[in-house]
Design a protein around this ligand. Structure first.
Ligand SMILES: Cc1cc2nc3c(=O)[nH]c(=O)nc-3n(C[C@H](O)[C@H](O)[C@H](O)COP(=O)(O)OP(=O)(O)OC[C@H]3O[C@@H](n4cnc5c(N)ncnc54)[C@H](O)[C@@H]3O)c2cc1C
Length: 404
């Protein structure tokens, strides 16, 4: 009996083909327009909802694949179509991951469907951690959550920044500090339900890439939410804070638990961009003639393509390993989740740059998608933990030391 296989099963192959068709026929043809418009591509999200890609049910079925590979496969295919549109479609997933990582089963039942809405009434969700003075250092969040016992209400105040779907989301998952003296261990995640007064969008950012994905500040001013909106519940929080105050180790930290779970998926998105650029450059190199022969006839070009393919395949294998480990509750004892995101993100930046080089001037202009793919790729070394932070996670994991 063969226990080990890298072959996708029938279900996975079918889903891969189905999502690829959507990426090829719907996402990619719309990519240039929404990149130029720098707006949320509502008609494309609608199309994704119509065929079931934008839905809680679909994501649940992806998560339930025991190999853990369906979600990275879907993410790669969608980003092969376009990363900005994909992030507009998958942006709600980060909030969902926050609910899954920190919430109770009852909270999941109540809030997870509201991250997506229905076909007739599509909803978006946002996951709000980063702040103007707390990006990589999530332990220094200034957004405060104060509990009012008499009314069983939490009051949130603070400013979040760089938030995907921020302000246009119906539901926001907000990480805030309950006890600032405890750093990250004094934080908790809260649901801010739709139509809650006291939450609003601040500045919308104009970005280098993934411009179809909305990124904005989220401002919380005396934003009052019911006690049941604390993810995980008050008893669990009190217990966790008590352990932290006694200096005992705590099992989870709100923001970090979410990011660790979502990193392989983000890595898979980067693989999708890299693959798109590689395929485009390969075709181009076979067609384009200089000095009377195709440019791929030169080792300088052919070797570049060989390296591009090798790095993409290596990135995908790291992503698949981390996804499999995550799904099967294997501990990331060497920072495997971070490795997958780090390597895939840096591969996407490098591969898309090589693709521009292979195409020369044609790679540099907007008539071809390669310059957009390069712009899109760069975010993958920044969000969900910068490359430096991933290296920090890995080096701490392998050394057992608190490297700084
Ligand atoms: C388009 C976009 C979408 C985003 N979406 C979301 C979202 O939905 N929700 C959310 O909460 N956040 C989101 N973010 C925020 C993102 O996660 C942060 O930008 C990221 O964590 C980096 O934080 P920073 O920008 O403050 O950079 P900083 O933390 O200020 O880092 C600046 C530089 O210093 C380096 N650095 C910092 N500390 C160290 C260290 N200890 N060792 C070595 N180097 C270090 C960094 O690697 C980086 O190179 C998004 C950002 C962008 C741009």
């Amino acid at each position: 009996m063969v226990d080990f296989s890298l072959e996708l099963n029938e279900d996975q192959l079918q889903i891969q083909q189905w999502v690829h068709d959507f990426a090829e026929k719907v996402i990619r043809p719309a990519a240039h327009e929404w990149d130029e418009r720098e707006e949320t591509p509502w008609p494309i999200i609608q199309e994704a909802a119509k065929i079931g890609i934008y839905s809680l049910d679909f994501l649940v079925s992806c998560f339930s694949d025991p190999t853990g590979l369906t979600l990275p496969i879907v993410s790669e295919e969608m980003c092969w179509g376009d990363a900005g549109i994909t992030l507009a479609i998958l942006g709600s997933t980060l909030a969902l991951t926050g609910i899954v990582a920190n919430g109770t089963p009852e909270q999941y039942e109540e809030w997870a469907p509201q991250c997506f809405g229905t076909l007739d009434d599509i909803k978006l969700a946002a996951f709000c951690v980063s702040e103007p003075d707390a990006g990589s250092d999530v332990s220094s969040l200034r957004t405060r959550a104060v509990y009012e016992e008499a009314t069983d209400t939490w009051v949130l105040n603070g400013t979040k920044t760089w938030i995907t779907n921020g302000g246009i989301a119906d539901l926001h998952v907000v990480v805030a500090s309950v006890d600032p003296s405890l750093g990250a261990r004094g934080q908790a995640s809260f649901i801010v339900p739709p139509n809650t007064p006291g939450i609003r969008q601040g500045q919308k950012f104009k970005k280098m890439g993934i411009r179809a994905s909305h990124t904005a500040e989220v401002i919380l001013e005396d934003c009052r939410i019911p006690g049941r909106c604390l993810l995980g519940g008050k008893d669990r929080l009190d217990e966790r804070l008590a352990r932290a105050r006694e200096g005992k180790s705590s099992r989870s930290q709100a923001a970090l638990a979410t990011f660790e779970a979502s990193r392989p998926m983000v890595g898979a998105q980067a693989v999708g961009i890299a693959r798109a650029a590689y395929e485009y450059a390969l075709d181009y190199a076979k067609e384009r003639k200089q000095f009377g022969r195709p440019i791929i006839d030169n080792q300088a070009i052919a070797f570049k393509l060989a390296d591009m393919k090798m790095h993409i395949d290596a990135a995908r294998l790291l992503v698949w390993r981390a996804s499999w480990m995550g799904r099967n509750n294997k501990q990331f004892s060497n920072g495997e989740g971070s490795m997958s995101k780090l390597y895939a993100g840096e591969t996407a930046v490098w591969v898309t740059e090589q693709a521009i080089q292979i195409m020369g001037g044609y790679g540099y202009v907007r008539e071809h998608p390669v310059e957009r793919w390069h712009r899109d790729s760069k975010i993958f070394t920044i969000f969900e933990g910068t490359s430096e932070i991933q290296r920090l996670v890995i080096s701490r994991a392998i050394s057992g030391m608190h490297i700084r």
